[in-house]
Design a binder for this molecule. Structure first.
Ligand code: GLN
Length: 549
């Protein structure tokens, strides 16, 4: 029987509710429990697939190909048993879509369809589906208490508390406890008000997680407890940590997992946080460092590449290397040339959409190739590497992806109109297809060429990685590109290019898939470990030079 922990947020947004939920999952998992995790998002979009990364950060893709909120990335990085998918992220839009679909089919037998009970029932049913058979399901409610949009979700979780009882449901509320420097005071009032707001809709929190700059003094804890009717020991101080991976230990030290276990009547073994300690230790005590350039757009909004940044850091953890990431706007390379790449030990071109800065990315590839700097291209980063090789190695002048130039004389990357989905069925897409849900999405099998850097990094030739893209390398150019020196080191079951390499270059690897979505701090990821190891050799001057063709 699954128990539930509901996590709401108050006072302001961006308090790190996703990380807090993920860390709570991590410490409960460390007590031997299986965990499932769900994010409920109050916005109307059916999924975040069409939202601008400017507004919403990265779109995280799950194994089953669902485009989800970036918090699901935190869940999977922190909690091994959390297997996120289609039932792990529900938006208001998706809930309404389903209810309206049912209404049109006549499922409600002539009833007036209302927020209560129809929408709230749909939410509860979705939560139960997402919970699966895990011991505990953690449900994070997006937005801030007091928002109009989140009311139906809060009402649904309130009802679940009544239906399941106090020993199967825990309410955690995350708030901000600001420090006012001018009066040197810590203010508990916003927390009091936020809890008041929550109680006015019928939810009494069992645990408060208070975000603050410094650890919360006992006095303030006591005050918050008194005013919010939450036991003092259940007022947890989540102060700013210099490292994300210290948070599970911080929460465990204050007994958060014990409080949850006690309320749910669970008798659990002690927490084993040794892997998290090892992660923090490796991060705090590197024995080398690298400078990695990430060349893309939206570089001022780091959240749009959060999984990639994390995966690079994981590569550092597993090679004991400090990874300094430099976010470079590709349009700056277009304006001022690739000089900014001069002292870099590795260059990454991440996934992306739209043509802004595309020539700058191609230029970054060229710089990496010609100067023997380790290059990791991801999705669009592989496509630009193919374009660069086509133009500068195969002499195909004006080569381009049809995404950016429909009339290119050499469409080395183009839209294919039919491909096989995971189940072996055929999917269709065309230039006119809707943008939502017409991409190659989710985990698909890739066969790696024996002896390639990819196969050596993974230690096997059959892998599965996640996709999110519309365009593919044009197979008509494969022979020509191979003759010019490009190696197609990974192919899909339906013979699409999944990975490329450049023999003669010490480490030049790019993938059509997104390896960053399957990296986590405790295990790292083969490609990122291998990339950071190569960058480190570059930094230490032990990487072989580029072989002259
Ligand atoms: N825009 C490219 C495509 O749709 C690449 C997508 C990506 O990098 N995720 O194929």
């Amino acid at each position: 029987m699954t128990s539930y922990v509901f996590i709401t947020g108050g006072v302001v947004s961006s308090l790190g509710k996703g990380i807090t939920s993920a860390c709570l999952g991590a410490i409960l998992e460390a007590r031997g429990l299986t965990i499932s995790m769900i994010k409920l998002d109050p916005y109307i979009n059916v999924d975040p697939g069409t939202m601008s990364p400017f507004q919403h950060g990265e779109v995280f893709v799950t194994q089953d190909g669902t485009e989800t909120d970036l918090d699901l990335g935190h869940y999977e990085r922190f909690v091994r048993t959390a297997r996120c998918g289609r039932h792990s992220n529900y938006t208001t839009g998706r809930i309404y879509e389903s209810v309206i679909g049912k209404e049109r089919r006549g499922d409600y037998l002539g009833a007036t369809v209302q927020v209560i009970p129809h929408i709230t029932n749909e939410i509860k049913e979705s939560v139960r589906k997402g919970a699966g058979d895990a011991d505990i399901c953690l449900v994070e409610i997006g937005g801030t208490v007091g928002d109009i949009e989140s009311l139906p979700f809060l009402e649904a979780i309130r009802q679940m508390g009544i239906e399941l009882g106090h020993d199967r449901v825990v309410y955690v509320h995350l708030t901000l406890v600001p420090y006012i420097p001018t009066s040197s005071e810590i203010k508990t009032k916003p927390t009091q008000h936020s809890v008041k707001e929550l109680r006015s809709i019928g939810i009494q929190p069992d645990i408060l997680v208070c975000r603050s700059e410094k650890p919360l003094p006992q006095e303030e804890r006591k005050k918050i407890a008194l005013f919010t009717n939450v036991p003092e020991k259940s007022v947890i101080s989540a102060y700013d940590a210099d490292d994300l991976y210290k948070i599970p230990a911080m929460m465990h030290e204050q007994g958060l997992d014990d409080i949850v276990a006690r309320q749910l009547g669970l008798d659990l073994p002690p927490a084993d946080l040794s892997e998290w300690e090892a992660v923090v230790d490796a991060k705090q005590h590197p024995d080398g460092e690298v400078d990695i350039a990430m060349v893309g757009k939206y570089m001022d909004l780091k959240d749009s590449y959060i999984s990639l940044v994390e995966a690079l850091q994981h590569g550092g953890i597993h090679t004991r290397t400090r990874v300094n990431i430099h976010f470079l706007e590709s349009t700056d390379i277009e304006k001022s040339g690739p000089g900014c790449l001069e002292n870099m030990d590795g260059i990454v071109v991440p996934g992306g959409f739209g043509d802004r800065g595309i020539e700058g990315k191609i230029e970054a590839v060229r710089y990496a190739r010609e100067n023997g700097i380790p290059y990791l291209g991801i999705c669009l980063g592989m496509q630009v590497a193919v374009i660069e090789a086509a133009r500068n190695l195969a002499g195909l002048e004006g080569a381009m992806s049809t995404e950016f130039d429909k009339n290119t004389p050499h469409p080395v990357v183009g839209l294919i109109t039919e491909w096989q989905d995971q189940a072996g069925g055929t999917e269709q897409r065309s230039e006119e297809s809707h943008l939502g849900g017409t991409m190659r999405l989710g985990a698909q099998a890739v066969e790696l060429e024996e002896g390639s850097i990819a196969a050596r990094s993974y230690g096997r030739t059959h892998i599965e990685e996640r996709h999110r893209h519309r365009y593919e390398v044009n197979n008509r150019y494969r022979e020509q590109l191979a003759a010019a020196g490009l190696r197609f080191s990974g192919l899909s079951v339906d013979d699409l290019v999944e990975m490329i390499e450049l023999p003669g270059h010490p480490w030049f690897v790019a993938s059509q898939f997104h390896p960053e979505f399957t990296s986590n701090p405790r295990d790292g990821h083969p490609l990122f470990k291998s990339f950071i190891a190569a960058a480190r050799k570059h930094n230490e001057g032990t990487l072989p030079e580029v072989a002259q063709a």
